[in-house]
Write a protein that binds this ligand. Structure first.
Ligand SMILES: *Cc1c(COP(=O)(O)O)cnc(C)c1O
Length: 353
């Protein structure tokens, strides 16, 4: 693949260590254009800057946008590595298929990602828990208001040095069970990582925050009976020694952290069931004390312990509001592999240098 590189004339350096999330960006971005005649073309690494978009661009009117989120991790030896990037590429292509956006061949997408991150690797911070957050996104970019599969698209990757998710320490969060809004329905776009899903879930998240909760627990959109996800994370429960996580029915995002947790837990001999889990079953398990631990999982937080669930004003403490033993060990094992502090028996990491 030919990737043109135009370096910035105004290089900047990484500010201190207070990065927050997604507020500062590295000096360059990757861009590539698509049209129906030429396919993907003009792959380039260019100075980070504004995009110029036609006011009738498809993405602005019909929400034809998908994205990915992954991180580059600084190893103890100073090198930089990615965690299961091929999974992000495959998922991006699945999302593209759902939204009638053009896909990018896996090997080309991998070459683009590793070339771009190699170019920007000095922006990977090294303080504990900090990472270079990578945000690939792809959107429909026809310059007309007609509604149909697009003939033009744009693919961009930006990178943002990011602080530790757990600045104030790894601690349990309070979650409200949402019984009004739904995030996605089977047959819809729930399994695709698209901007529209986020637009639809913002209202419930805001309401939960106003009431002092960090996130909502989503129920299925058809019967409002089964547990789906927690905020923008997948969710897992330890009930009577067994790990239960909602099965991928089409309305749930197939998380790479979820997949990794399942593979890790199974390798350690735990019974992991991907199945329907009803709210009623969960409430019974909370009431009779068989719910031992609960956690959310996703790239940003890795693993996020849940200390309390609230449903119709009734509050249920989980594991006495403390971090569960298995939750902690999953967090330690996963971050150990991601940051290259421990062995990677699964071959999940990809070295950039
Ligand atoms: C991205 C995302 C997740 C987590 O996926 P990871 O690949 O583990 O980061 C879970 N749920 C939703 C809705 C998401 O957008």
């Amino acid at each position: 693949m030919n990737i043109r590189v135009e370096n910035t004339q105004h290089p900047s350096s990484m500010p201190g260590s207070e990065f927050g999330f997604g507020r500062i960006f590295s000096d360059h971005m990757f861009m590539m254009d698509y049209n129906a005649n030429e396919g993907w073309h003009d792959a380039r690494i260019v100075p980070f800057g504004r995009l110029s978009i036609h006011p009738a661009s498809t993405v602005l009117h019909y929400g034809a946008e998908i994205f990915e989120g992954l991180k580059a991790y600084r190893r103890p030896d100073g090198g930089v590595q990615l965690f299961r990037p091929i999974e992000n590429i495959r998922r991006m292509n699945d999302s593209a298929e759902r939204l009638c956006l053009p896909q990018i061949p896996e090997d080309e997408a991998m070459e683009i990602l590793t070339t771009f991150i190699s170019h920007e690797k000095e922006w990977t911070p090294s303080a504990p828990g900090t990472t270079l957050y990578i945000r690939p996104f792809l959107f429909g970019n026809d310059e007309s208001l007609g509604v149909h599969a697009v003939k033009n698209a744009t693919f961009v990757i930006i990178a943002s040095p990011t602080g530790s998710y757990y600045k104030e320490g790894f601690k349990p969060v309070r979650i409200m069970i949402e019984d009004e809004d739904v995030r996605a329905v089977r047959g819809g776009t729930g399994y695709a990582k698209c901007g529209g899903n986020y637009a639809a879930s913002t209202r419930a998240g805001e309401r939960a925050e106003q009431m002092g909760y960090s996130q909502v627990l989503w129920l299925d959109g058809v019967e409002r009976k089964y547990i789906e996800e927690v905020g923008a994370m997948n969710v897992m429960f330890k009930i009577n020694g067994e790990i239960v996580t909602p099965k991928l029915t089409g309305s749930i995002l197939p998380g790479i952290t979820r997949k990794s947790c399942i593979e890790l837990l199974r390798s350690k001999g735990y019974k992991v069931s991907e199945r329907l889990l009803s709210l009623q079953e969960l409430v019974s398990a909370m009431t009779d004390g068989t719910l031992e631990e609960a956690w959310g999982c996703g790239t940003a937080a890795v693993v996020s312990p849940i200390g309390e669930l609230c449903y119709k004003d009734i509050k249920y403490a989980i594991n006495g509001g403390k971090i569960g033993e298995l939750t902690q060990s999953l967090y330690d094992t996963l971050t150990g592999i991601q940051f290259g502090r421990s062995e990677d028996p699964f071959g999940w990491t990809v070295r950039i240098d």
